[in-house]
Ligand binder design. Structure first.
Ligand code: MN
Length: 635
């Protein structure tokens, strides 16, 4: 019981002080022996009824009354008794209200969101801005943030009726309410919600801006391995970490789009977990972690129109149905190339910021007009050997450093999945070994991820993927068995596919001396199963490289596409695709990828001339032993 804020006068029996309770004060604010300003609200023949606040009223019995006050008159009173039935009795003090100075008492304390868990049952005041307005079948729930956190504030007008229709998203507000718990989560039951204007609003905003700037700062973590190539990238990653933390603090949803392969999952799963843990520290609503961060796999190595239109539509529906802001899109192991631009243009129709962390050969001029941050090793003179998984494990630790000890094996899985020949691979593998994984285990995890991702298709499969990668999985023995099962099935399926394909592989020796292998994956590989054409071609290619020890090009073609792999040949696939597109009218040639690994699309009727022209270009390419170490695997 305190006289809080403006008028704490110390001892309760302080002579000469008369307290003036504001309307929100409750009996908790009234102390025996202190004097209070009261207003007569009714007279009866045995005394008068007085109000001290909206919540505090009582009787002054005629025996305790001086004079003959009328309704509307002010009195100074002291507390006489609180009866068992809750009725309150006062005595009139021998003081003329006109002769005293009063001290204002505010009902409830000024608190921050971070303090609420310790104030259950209390009436409090909170200032902040509105970051979400959700109309339920019952109350309207305003999510209010003050920089220390975000709390749902439930205001009830009538069932399903929008309370405080004048209050909109991003308005600064002052909320008075009772701190309650609902299913273990803290929320405010709103008594009063006032939209602040002018200076009062500006003051609240300044306070929030300062608090957010401080809280959004990324954690200053030492990298897992000492690797100069990472240094300039870590600075870029810190900017990404800050933006992501800001999003959480303003309740902007984050959509994490990633390439659905081993590296893409090693990158996106730690980010997802780090963000969800940070969300849980900021948001009192336990559902927020699920609503505010979603991971979405992309089948193609770029952001397809099909994906972006779906994402946009979900975002717009969430805005309408749940009063959510439009999301931020975070592209991981994807998003750096010109092929992403049409999707980015679609997002550009709305307020959807884009961040990219990728290691595919970028087209910075094409994508950077659309993206707020673009992290890519090629922008710092490095290349795909710095995999996205390696980068994003560092990023996840900047978002939530407590995650550190759980990710020691992840960069090695990412590197092996993408066949990184980075100098740091030995160190990453040693780090994983210290966590109990030998190299074969790590390859198995990569294989199992690939297999699970294939069957999950457009589903993120959060729980299953967490178990496969052993991130946020609390049963390591189960993780080991699951990986063993999936990796074994994956290898068995690959072996079966290649056994049926190999008799139908055409071989020729190109003019430049390279071996060319061609496989019609449409007719000589099982369709709609694992491995898909890209991986089938890749696995065939690896076998031929191992078997010949020479420069090798492998083409896996279907009716309207071809997947290209090469080793030891100085190809430039994006340029070849560009040339073919100009040379053939009406062939619908498009595609690209890395320099030596990629894919090309065309219309089925033009397959033969396009593939033949492609082979001619490949036959002209120089051999390059140095390129043998730069192979990457791509769906
Ligand atoms: Mn990758």
């Amino acid at each position: 019981m305190t006289h809080s804020a403006a008028g704490d006068a110390g001892t309760a029996t302080d002579d000469g002080v008369v307290y003036d309770l504001d309307s929100r004060c409750t009996l908790e604010d009234v102390e025996r022996g202190s004097r209070y300003l009261a207003t007569v609200n009714g007279t009866v023949d045995y005394g008068v009824f007085v109000d001290l606040s909206e919540h505090v009223s009582g009787l002054v019995h005629e025996s305790n009354l001086r004079g003959d006050p009328a309704v509307g008159d002010d009195l100074v009173v002291t507390l006489a008794e609180i009866r068992e039935d809750g009725d309150v009795g006062f005595e009139a003090a021998d003081v003329d209200p006109a002769d005293v100075d009063t001290v204002a008492v505010r009902g409830g304390d000024e608190v921050g969101v971070g303090d609420l868990a310790d104030r259950i049952g209390d009436l409090v005041h909170l200032e902040g801005d509105v970051v979400q307005i959700k109309q339920t079948a019952g109350p309207t729930v305003f999510s209010v943030r003050d920089g220390s956190g975000v709390v749902p504030c439930a205001a009830f007008e009538a069932a399903g009726v929008r309370a405080h229709p004048d209050v909109e998203l991003d308005d600064a507000v002052r909320v008075t309410g009772t701190v309650e718990t609902r299913e273990d989560a803290v929320q405010l039951e709103v008594d009063k919600l006032v939209r602040l204007r002018g200076e009062a609003a500006a003051e609240v905003r300044d306070r929030i801006d300062d608090a957010v700037a401080e809280r959004a700062a990324p954690a200053d973590v030492e990298p897992l391995v000492d690797w100069p190539a990472l240094e300039p990238l870590r600075e870029d990653l810190a900017d990404v970490a800050r933006r992501l933390r800001e999003c959480v603090l303003e309740a902007r949803p984050i959509r994490l789009r990633h390439h659905a392969d081993g590296d893409g999952m090693c990158a996106s799963v730690p980010i997802q977990l780090a963000l969800q843990r940070f969300i849980a520290t900021v948001h009192e609503d336990p559902e927020a972690a699920r609503h505010l961060c979603k991971r979405l796999p992309s089948k193609a190595p770029f952001y397809e129109m099909e994906d972006v239109t779906r994402d946009l539509n979900f975002a717009l529906e969430d805005r309408t149905r749940h009063g959510q802001r439009l999301p931020l899109l975070f592209m991981v192991d994807n998003g750096s190339t010109e092929e992403d631009v049409p999707a980015y243009r679609a997002l550009d129709q709305y307020d959807v910021p884009i961040l990219v962390v990728d290691h595919h050969h970028p087209d910075p001029e094409a994508v950077e007009p659309f993206v707020a941050e673009h992290v890519n090793p090629y922008l710092h003179g490095e290349d795909y050997r710095v995999t996205t998984g390696m980068l994003c494990v560092e990023l996840a630790r900047m978002i939530d450093p407590s995650i550190t000890g759980e990710l020691d094996h992840v960069p090695a899985v990412a590197g092996l999945s993408d066949r990184s020949q980075a100098d740091a691979m030995d160190e990453y593998i040693a780090l994983a070994e210290a966590a109990g994984y030998d190299e074969a285990d790590l390859r198995d995890v990569g294989e199992a991820l690939d297999y699970a991702a294939h069957w999950l298709r457009y589903d993120a499969g959060d729980s299953l993927i967490g178990d496969v990668l052993n991130v946020d999985c609390d049963d390591e023995a189960h993780h080991r068995e699951l990986v063993d099962f999936l990796a074994t099935r994956a290898r068995r399926d690959v072996a079966a596919q290649l056994e049926d394909a190999e008799p139908h592989v055409d071989h020729e020796r190109l003019d430049n001396g390279a071996h060319l292998y061609r496989l019609d994956v449409e007719h000589h590989a099982r369709r709609f199963t694992y491995p898909a054409p890209g991986k089938t071609t890749g696995e065939l290619h690896d076998r031929k490289v191992d078997a010949t020890g020479d420069p090798v090009i492998t083409i896996g073609y279907g009716p309207d596409f071809a997947v290209l792999r090469s080793d030891g040949v100085r190809l430039d696939i994006p340029t070849m695709v560009g040339e073919l597109s100009e040379e053939f009218d009406g062939a619908g040639v498009s595609g690209g990828g890395h320099l030596v690994v990629g894919s090309i699309k065309f219309v089925p009727g033009m397959r033969e001339p396009v593939v033949e022209a492609l082979v001619e270009k490949m036959a002209d390419a120089e051999l390059d032993e140095a390129l043998r170490s730069t192979l990457v695997r791509e769906e």
